[in-house]
Design a protein around this ligand. Structure first.
Ligand SMILES: CC(C)(COP(=O)(O)OP(=O)(O)OC[C@H]1O[C@@H](n2cnc3c(N)ncnc32)[C@H](O)[C@@H]1OP(=O)(O)O)[C@@H](O)C(=O)NCCC(=O)NCCS
Length: 163
């Protein structure tokens, strides 16, 4: 089944949250450890203006993945820099949806005038690191043992794409 990629709307927030919370609880891809509330996720959604797009992938009217380009910092000089987040629902991974969302959000980022996109990826997440490399991200360094989840110390691989 071919997913439809479209801009996220406020009513997608519960589905986005469900996908993210599942990843929080079952993977070390996110350094969040507590599930997000709908309230905080609605706030997160509202912080994404025209320069910070959020896209979803939908199959049979059901959201199965999302990607965002969030502000890297609220300090104004960083306004052309965004941080990418990309999550596919368990059971829908490894079907090309991540790649589709990545391609679409990078095109969107270019369209809205971003200059660069940063990604913080858990050091053991080889699938995500390779996916980013395929789309022109370069490794700009590794922060060693900065996270601890499920009893394991974790590195963070910093990756960056410049348009
Ligand atoms: C990482 C993630 C976003 C990738 O999205 P996806 O839809 O599963 O990936 P795709 O199917 O588009 O595949 C992308 C590449 O990864 C490879 N891949 C995906 N899943 C794989 C798996 N389980 N084992 C080996 N390779 C895999 C694909 O073969 C493809 O590589 P290719 O271009 O060489 O063929 C997704 O798996 C996910 O949400 N994982 C959990 C959360 C996460 O890690 N998010 C990223 C945070 S930085």
């Amino acid at each position: 089944m071919i997913p439809e990629i479209r801009k996220a709307i406020l009513s997608d927030v519960p589905a986005i949250t469900e996908i993210y919370n599942e990843a929080i609880l079952t993977t070390d891809a996110s350094f969040d450890v507590e599930p997000k509330t709908l309230e905080s996720q609605n706030k997160w959604f509202g912080e994404h203006g025209s320069k910070n797009p959020i896209l979803v992938a939908e199959i049979d009217d059901k959201v199965v993945g999302w990607v965002s380009l969030s502000r890297w910092s609220d300090r104004c000089a960083y306004s052309d820099t965004a941080e990418i987040s990309l999550y596919i629902k368990d059971g829908f991974r490894n079907r090309g949806i991540g790649k589709k969302l990545m391609r679409a959000i990078l095109a969107e980022g270019e369209k809205v005038g971003l200059h660069t996109v940063i990604s913080r990826i858990t050091g053991n997440n080889n699938i995500s690191i390779r996916l980013h490399e395929e789309f022109g991200f370069e490794n700009i360094g590794v922060m060693r043992e900065v996270g601890k989840k499920f009893g394991k110390l974790l590195d963070v691989c910093m990756m960056q794409k410049i348009y």
